[in-house]
Design a protein around this ligand. Structure first.
Ligand code: UTP
Length: 298
């Protein structure tokens, strides 16, 4: 069965990026020329998904506006001889269907995903976190691979992982793999540990913002007890699946498909610099500018 539905949670408060996120969603912050969530949708489309449910919350209207056709802006560009800029709005007319629902209270990623149950019904679906880009300019095919693994019927959930430095394992959900995978390879997940210390971490494989689930995840989420701050953790629900004997498979991202996490300042800055330095139009000048800047400072 072909998977066509994707769920993109964008309801989080983004407190780690204050003050930038005080009155705008972190998912709308620009990375290079585009807002983060536009890359996420591009990646979904490139991998064959055509229906997207965005789980929004208060203060997230600009995301809906971004994907709508804006006739006033189009007329303005035409009337002011700026027709060349219309190509920047091509994404508005892509063959994607957008659906929206709101998470009333920010009770965690797990709770946000529960809001998709009616939309996905009993069909398998993709979850793509709205604050993470996979691959430079979203050129990633890993979701296709994950969906293939899922539809071959050998897993109840498929999750993307990236290798992170030892000092960073305490920020992420970390996999205990049955055997250590090479780049781009799949592996069976024995357990998933949320934010372990360096010494407790069974590997350096961190959950990387992309998932394929069957409707079994909803049952697991409903059974999951709220943790810190009343939040329902997705990792806990995945653990329940594993404990219940379900096969959960990981895919290690290949090195040219890095995850850009727009959830904290350091990795947001890194993502912006990386995308700007590799922009087809401005990249060369940006590289010269950075070289000059670095030379000046040494
Ligand atoms: P984070 O775990 O980074 O949470 O969200 P957050 O609340 O946005 O960030 P901080 O910790 O306050 O800085 C990962 C993804 O899950 C969504 C976010 O919008 C983001 O895309 N999310 C998170 C929800 O949709 N609902 C939630 O209750 C929490």
């Amino acid at each position: 069965m072909q998977i066509t539905n994707a769920v993109v949670p964008v309801a989080g408060m983004g407190t780690r990026l204050l003050p930038a996120t005080k009155s705008q969603p972190k998912e709308m912050l620009p990375v290079g020329k585009r807002p983060v969530v536009q890359y996420v949708v591009d990646e979904l489309r490139r991998n064959g998904l055509r229906q997207v449910l965005l789980i929004t919350g208060s203060g997230k209207h600009s995301i809906e506006n971004h994907f709508d056709v804006d006739p006033v802006l189009i007329r303005f560009l035409r009337e002011t001889n700026k027709e060349a800029l219309l190509k920047e709005l091509d994404f508005e007319r892509q063959d994607m269907r957008y659906f929206y629902t709101r998470q009333k209270m920010q009770l965690g990623l797990g709770d946000a995903i529960l809001h998709a149950a009616e939309f996905t019904g009993n069909k398998p679906f993709v979850v793509a976190l709205g604050d993470s880009i996979i691959g430079r300019h979203a050129q990633s095919r890993t979701l296709s691979k994950m969906m293939e693994i899922f539809t071959s019927g050998t897993a109840e959930a498929v999750i993307a992982f990236e290798e992170v430095p030892e000092e960073e394992v305490h920020h992420y959900g970390i996999a205990e793999p049955e055997t250590m995978p090479k780049d781009g390879e799949k592996f069976v997940i024995r357990d998933l540990i949320e934010k372990p210390s360096k010494d407790e971490a069974p590997s350096r494989l961190a959950v990387a913002a992309r998932y394929v689930f069957s409707q079994r995840i909803y049952e697991a989420l409903r059974e999951t007890k709220p943790g810190k701050g009343g939040e329902i953790q997705l990792t806990d629900a995945i653990r329940l699946l594993i404990r219940g004997g379900e096969r959960v498979v990981g895919v290690k991202l290949p090195p040219d498909e890095a995850r850009y996490d727009i959830g904290n300042h350091e990795s947001y800055f890194q993502a912006f610099i990386d995308f700007a330095l590799h922009d087809p139009e401005y990249g060369e000048r940006m590289r010269a500018f950075c070289r000059e800047l670095l030379n000046e400072n040494h």
